[in-house]
Design a protein around this ligand. Sequence first.
Ligand code: DQA
Length: 147
Amino acid sequence: MKIMILNGPNLNRLGKREPEIYGHETLQDVEHKLLQLANKHEVTIDFRQSNHEGELVDWLHEAADNAYEGVVINPAAYTHTSVALHDAIAGIDVPVIEVHISNVHKREAFRHHSYLAPACIGQIVGLGTYGYQLALQTFIQKGESSR
Ligand code: DQA
């Protein structure tokens, strides 16, 4: 099973960026934990980050064209702005789970709306970086129960 894990803008600065909101773990730490989980289940993960909306769109298309079984995406600020990412997710038949490290609903009003959520199978919000593991676990379980 192949799962793509995508991270949007500014998440390359995780650990340094507003640690009181996002914590001290780096994106590499997140990837490392996901690799440990993936390896236990013989799952391949493809972990990427971009500060560019179009690159994230291209990667979603790639997930569909290369038969990935699922995508986990933290779209970061594009969550609240991007019709293009909504359309990319709606236009592929790969299931997508949206993850947010912080509880966006406890924060500024502009973070309460997600353009992507209606196109995703689910959303995990406010559980810290553990949310990525829960999302990956969901795909692992789906894969194992469909065997
Ligand atoms: C975020 C929440 C977004 O509102 C914000 O723009 C981010 C990170 C999160 O993981 O909590 O960059 O997606």
